[in-house]
Design a protein around this ligand. Structure first.
Ligand SMILES: Cc1cc2nc3c(=O)[nH]c(=O)nc-3n(C[C@H](O)[C@H](O)[C@H](O)COP(=O)(O)O)c2cc1C
Length: 130
């Protein structure tokens, strides 16, 4: 079964996490909930704060089972259109987890746009359908 975990300070990434979770047929949970080694695809989301991802998200990534290599899909929100996915992926690689190449990013102020929600859902379905 697919898992969704996110870190969100002000709620933007949570909105995307929930759209992803619905499309993937699962529930979005924050990073206080660990991920088991036997999990299916893991959708992992975060945001940029002062050019970095949150320290708590970095710590969470260090707890992920390396067996998830090849099974983690990253999504992010940020003020800039570049997003946080590359920063999250860097931490995954450090942990020995190769992320899925396909990623999703949304500018923070657009998370509630219907078109963005649909893109997030399409991203999730594409990954789960692989
Ligand atoms: C304290 C703070 C620092 C931020 N720094 C950056 C930044 O360096 N680069 C950027 O693109 N966005 C920055 N942002 C914008 C957030 O990445 C954006 O609002 C994001 O959607 C927040 O996600 P969240 O609501 O899930 O916490 C910052 C926001 C806050 C509140």
């Amino acid at each position: 079964m697919a898992e969704v975990r996110y870190f969100s300070k002000s709620g933007n990434t949570k909105v995307i996490a929930e759209a992803v979770a619905v499309a993937a047929g699962t529930e979005a949970k924050d990073i206080s909930v660990p991920v088991e080694a036997g999990a299916g695809v893991l959708f992992l989301g975060g945001a940029v704060y002062a050019f970095h991802i949150a320290g708590k998200l970095k710590k969470f990534i260090k707890t992920l089972p390396p067996q998830l290599s090849g099974k983690v899909a990253v999504f992010s929100t940020a003020g800039n259109p570049g997003g946080a996915s590359h920063l999250i992926k860097k931490q995954l690689v450090k942990r020995g987890i190769t992320p899925i190449e396909r990623e999703f990013h949304c500018v923070g102020e657009k998370v509630k746009d219907e078109a963005m929600q649909k893109q997030a859902a399409d991203f999730a379905r594409e990954i789960v359908g692989q």
